[in-house]
Ligand binder design. Structure first.
Ligand code: MTE
Length: 301
């Protein structure tokens, strides 16, 4: 890949931290649906502008290892032990090993990246992540010729992640990328948000961030990375293949079967702000469109 990452977003573009912390509440209001009355929407929006304490960050969260309720992660994620933490890198690599998180951190260059984060539920934010390029981690292990895909797994530890006692998901949670997507300089493993460590609810101690894909691709609390020549079957694809494909690129021209993906609401703009058109590849078209040249993106969604 010829180019290095260059930040085109500025500090002034960043979603205000208080609004970021409040988004669960705000989305709770929005998710109450089109039927909500004006009064409750207005108060939800007002509350959203009111700074919340850090504890509020995950009032409305998807982290099914802690349960299916939106507030379950907030209630239970503190039970997760994140030290010590190892990431097994195996499969088609020269140096398969269990890499200690601290050793990874010593070897990696952690920098701040300001990225758009676009959720499949049609809202977006601009977030300052702290992390390192996934490519650098894969280089540490030495990717072998013939590897075509990267498969990620989240920790399986039902004693601390009680949601894993329910078997509607075939645990552990799995995600996947094509190797060229994984090696792309925009793809990072995030270890912080707003200059602080990622809280457990958001995927401590390290999670994937792929800014041109829908946010659900950001697998949390990763413990295993496998280089393979077979396309991995990710958890959402396994659960609902018609709704969630392998690629999950942000694409305003391909709707989710149950809602449009053509527009989005920028968190922080207020509930009554008009939705804005969603950009192809979440605004990263120039950087990533070449990865998908010649592919029918309606078929490979
Ligand atoms: N990773 C794991 N291990 N388990 C999960 O349930 N949920 C995904 C993704 N990563 C999930 C996960 C979904 S559906 C979303 S929308 C995002 O995490 C939510 O990330 P956030 O809470 O930081 O916004």
């Amino acid at each position: 890949m010829a180019f290095r990452w260059k930040n085109s977003l500025k500090d002034r573009d960043v979603t205000e931290e208080s609004i970021f912390l409040n988004r669960r509440q705000l989305m709770g209001g929005a998710a109450a649906g089109l039927g909500f009355v004006a009064g409750s929407a207005a108060s939800a929006a007002e509350e959203a502008l009111e700074p919340n304490p850090w504890e509020d960050i995950t009032q409305y969260n998807n982290f099914y290892e802690f349960g299916t309720g939106k507030t379950d992660p907030a209630t239970y994620a503190h039970a997760l032990t994140t030290t010590p933490w190892t990431v097994t890198i195996d499969g088609m690599v020269d140096r398969p090993a269990d890499y200690a998180f601290e050793d990874i951190m010593k070897a990696m260059t952690v920098e701040e990246r300001i990225y758009r984060f676009r959720c499949v539920e049609a809202w977006s934010m601009i977030i300052p992540w702290n992390g390192f390029e996934l490519a650098d981690l894969l280089d540490l292990a030495g990717v072998q010729d013939g590897a075509k895909y990267v498969r990620f797994e989240t920790l399986y530890r039902p004693s601390e992640m009680h949601g894993q006692k329910a078997n509607w998901i075939d645990w552990p949670y799995v995600e996947g990328l094509r190797l060229d997507e994984a090696m792309h300089p925009l793809t990072i493993m995030a270890t912080g948000i707003y200059g602080r460590d990622i809280p457990n609810q958001n995927g401590a101690p390290l999670r994937l961030v792929v800014p041109w894909k829908y946010g659900f691709k950001s697998i949390k609390s990763v413990v295993k990375i496998t280089l393979t020549d077979e396309e991995p079957l990710n958890t959402w694809q396994q659960l609902q293949p018609r709704e969630y494909g392998f690629y999950s690129n942000v694409n305003p021209n391909v709707d989710h079967p149950r809602w449009t993906q053509a527009t989005e609401r920028v968190i922080g703009g207020g509930l009554f702000q008009p939705r804005i058109p969603t950009l192809m590849f979440n605004g990263y078209e120039e950087e990533v469109a070449s990865l998908y040249e010649g592919m029918d993106l309606a078929k490979f969604y």
